[in-house]
Design a protein around this ligand. Structure first.
Ligand code: PHE
Length: 410
């Protein structure tokens, strides 16, 4: 029995009828207090009864079926109106008498139940109902005893329409592409892979030893300041360049050695259109017997023409790095003015594209390689700057902001 103790604690008022003998129409015209329902449990039971009645009436229609579409639609509309009509529908009364007039303590519970009922009542909408009420086919009507196979030219009425309209265009899954920095990095790698180099990588969190000391940059040396370093602790840094992997690779493989080292680097720079605290380098290292500065020039000139175009000219200037001796900077003829002088090359006709040099004997020694037997050359370049030049991008930040409008252009 649904109504349990409710009856005792809130005796029926304006009703002479005992609850059990009332039908739904009668119940929704009374308030919960009048029905004698005073606790959430009794209310849940009452709503369960209502939901069961609703489902039962729906099932009955479906079992009965309809002669034709007109009858089916009329049946569907009648049931829908009985429950959902704005003015006299059962739910309207229920809202008015049960929910609106519920005591403040019971209102939340009644509200929850009412919402649930309303959700369940959506299956009474005419279109839903009509879809579910089967039509007795014409063939059946002609001969009740014949098996109920619909005629070939008739749609099978009890079969639901497909959930998906197969004639609609499909969803287009946008295809991604490699990040422009990755594309440029791979292009650089490919050129050196073609020359017989292998790819090597190393940790981004690096020891001070590999990032500086082993590269011949002692603590006291002022050139350490050239790399604005992010320290994790006194012995650990975010690597400021890919050069520490030179030492790691020498220790791991010995000589001869031909590698390129792509990867992320970090410096304490404020972000602006040409600086980013995280950026990308590709390092190159060639170690063998009898490697000379001519090999360095030949390889880097070949690379520059491959990457920037065959018409590109290269120029080597002396420079300084603690881990190479002699050291140099490579510049390429300006692609925008062909050497005439313009805004991009700051009127010089040349654009610097990498640092390089012959590996310092001290560095070879730290890598466990005998500088009397082997010599080598190395270079380091900034991938982000190459990407800026290649795609004519004037702000390095654009690469790292994940703005799809920028990225989808590559
Ligand atoms: N590691 C240097 C830098 O980050 C570049 C470089 C690499 C120069 C190898 C010479 C040889 O600036």
């Amino acid at each position: 029995m649904f109504f349990g103790g409710g009856q005792e604690c809130a005796p029926l008022r304006n009703s002479a009828l005992p609850l059990d003998s009332m039908n739904i129409e009668e119940k929704v015209r009374k308030t919960l207090a009048e029905l004698g329902l005073g606790d959430a449990e009794a209310i849940a039971a009452l709503f369960a009864e209502v939901r069961a009645a609703m489902a039962g009436e729906r099932r009955e229609l479906i079992e009965r079926g309809a002669r034709d579409e007109a009858e089916r639609d009329a049946m569907a509309k009648a049931l829908r109106d009985r429950w959902l009509a704005r003015k006299n529908g059962l739910l309207a009364h229920l809202d008015e008498n049960w929910l609106k007039k519920a005591s403040p303590e019971l209102k939340p519970a009644v509200g929850r139940q009412f919402n649930e009922l309303r959700r369940a009542a959506s299956t009474l909408e005419v279109a839903e109902l009509a879809r579910d009420i089967p039509l007795r086919s014409r063939a059946e009507a002609r001969d009740e005893s014949a098996p109920s196979l619909p005629a070939v030219d008739e749609p099978r009425p009890s079969v639901r329409p497909p959930l998906k309209d197969l004639t609609l265009p499909g969803y287009r899954r946008p295809l991604g592409s490699l990040h422009p920095i990755t594309q440029v990095q791979r292009e650089i790698e490919d050129i050196f892979l073609g020359l017989g180099f292998r790819i090597e990588t190393g940790p981004e969190i690096e020891t001070v030893y590999y990032n500086f000391d082993a590269l011949n940059i002692p603590e006291s040396h002022p050139s350490r300041d050239d790399w604005d370093t992010l320290y994790i602790d006194s012995q650990t840094v975010l690597r400021t360049h890919t050069s520490p992997v030179q030492i790691r690779a020498m220790q791991k493989y010995g000589a001869p050695l031909y590698i390129i080292i792509p990867g992320k680097c970090y410096r304490r720079d404020n972000p602006d259109s040409t600086h980013s605290p995280m950026f990308h380098q590709v390092e190159g290292l060639a170690i063998d017997a009898d490697i000379t500065f001519a090999d360095l020039k030949g390889a880097l000139d070949f690379f520059a023409r491959k990457f920037f175009g065959q018409e590109t000219r290269t120029s080597f200037h002396p420079s300084f790095f603690p881990f190479t001796e002699p050291s140099g900077e490579v510049a390429i003829s300006c692609r925008f003015c062909r050497g005439e002088g313009c805004r991009v090359c700051k009127q010089s006709g040349w654009i610097e594209v990498m640092g390089c040099g012959m590996v310092h004997p001290e560095v070879l020694r730290h890598g466990g390689i005998d500088p009397e037997r082997y010599t080598g050359w190395a270079f380091g370049l900034g991938v982000d700057r190459y990407a800026m030049m290649k795609y004519d991008v004037n702000d390095i930040q654009l690469f790292f902001q994940s703005d799809i409008r920028f990225l989808e252009q590559f």
